[in-house]
Design a protein around this ligand. Structure first.
Ligand code: ZN
Length: 84
C-alpha cells in the first residue's frame, strides 16, 4: 500500500506535505512538515496522515488538506475495526 519507488523516493501522496530526507536504511525517510516544521525522525505515512488530520485542529492548515486526511485516517480506523 505504501509503495516505495525503485529510485528510493516515497510515493505516498502524503509526502506532498513533507520534505523527505533519505535515512541510511533504504526506503526509509525522515519527514519535515512543510507547514509547521515538525520533524519526524521516521516518516511513516500513517503517522504523517494523522499529523495532518489531527494535529491541526483549530490551526491554520488548509481545511481542504485537513479534511482530506481526516477522512483517510477515519477510513483506515474503520477498516481495521472490521478486521478484528
Ligand atoms: Zn505540521
Amino acid at each position: 500500500m505504501f509503495a516505495i519507488s525503485k529510485i528510493g523516493r516515497p510515493l505516498d501522496p502524503v509526502w506532498e506535505h513533507f520534505v523527505a530526507t533519505p535515512l541510511k536504511l533504504p526506503g526509509h525517510f525522515s519527514a519535515l512538515c512543510k507547514y509547521c516544521n515538525t520533524q519526524f525522525r521516521h516518516g511513516h505515512p500513517n503517522k504523517l496522515e494523522i499529523h495532518l488530520a489531527k494535529e491541526y485542529e483549530g490551526k491554520s492548515l488548509d481545511d481542504e488538506i485537513r479534511s482530506k486526511y481526516l477522512e483517510i485516517v477515519i477510513q483506515r480506523q474503520l477498516s481495521k475495526e472490521k478486521l478484528v
